[in-house]
Design a protein around this ligand. Sequence first.
Ligand code: ADP
Ligand code: ZN
Length: 288
Amino acid sequence: MRIGALEAGGTKMVCAIGNENGEILKREVFPTTTPDETMPLMIHFFQKEEIEALGIGCFGPIDPRKGSKTYGYITSTPKLKWQNYNIVGEFEKALGCPVGFDTDVNAAALGEAAYGITRGLANSIYMTVGTGIGVGVYSEGRLLHGMMHPEAGHILLKRHPADTYEGWCPFHKDCLEGLAAGPALEGRWGAKGDTLTDRAEVWELESYYIAQACVNYCMLLSPERIVLGGGVLKQPALLPLIREKFTLLLADYIRTEEVRDAAHYIVPASLNDNQGVMGCIRLALLAL
Ligand code: ADP
Ligand code: ZN
């Protein structure tokens, strides 16, 4: 079986071919410029491969609600050329095969749930901390959408008393993303995250915010496991600090087997940065 997968990002489009076991057989990357330029390259790639279905995990916000007038559209993205763009419709027209569609982080959550570290669990969360913060929610055995899809990178949380950085989110300033995504590290400390390894105070503060987010997701969605991915999590000091603070903030209120050992509850992504693409393969299979 040949399955198409598209991890559609704001800077690059990862196009891949996979099979029903989630194995990636081939991959090509195109820069995300304009639909006029980028779409024909991707369509050509998938047409050559004679795929049976396509799965798209897309930067957003998007409209993933079947039956909605704008189902399959990228909606209010800051990438102006892609605003209100019917990406699903264009691929359906060009390829004539079923197309599965969800957010990039929901795809990553699905990839881990189908093939990775949350396989077999009906409830899990995937959080990426990179240029932005995104959260995919897998709940009762399926991806959660609600009225559109969760935007749990923009939650509001308690600010650290010693933190004077105003935050960079263009909408909320000091939401989680505004305080803790990669650009916030750079804005607050004046240097890129990967150069701040030796500054203990940086990771103290960063883990304080991410741990709060994990507590909130735990309380609200009751996941059996939380997976953390994204560039900022490449920082080795971070994960142990997040787990430590998570346990402290939870304050023994939740006492399930799952949260007892934070090292088991909060885990790094497990699929070598392929969780997004593998989730897209799964989206395609579900669309078939
Ligand atoms: P994107 O979110 O754009 O898909 P990434 O998940 O790779 O991409 O995240 C990029 C962000 O992660 C940048 O802000 C970068 O500075 C930051 N980053 C990358 N590596 C590290 C690291 N080792 N430590 C801390 N921050 C990092
Ligand atoms: Zn925000």
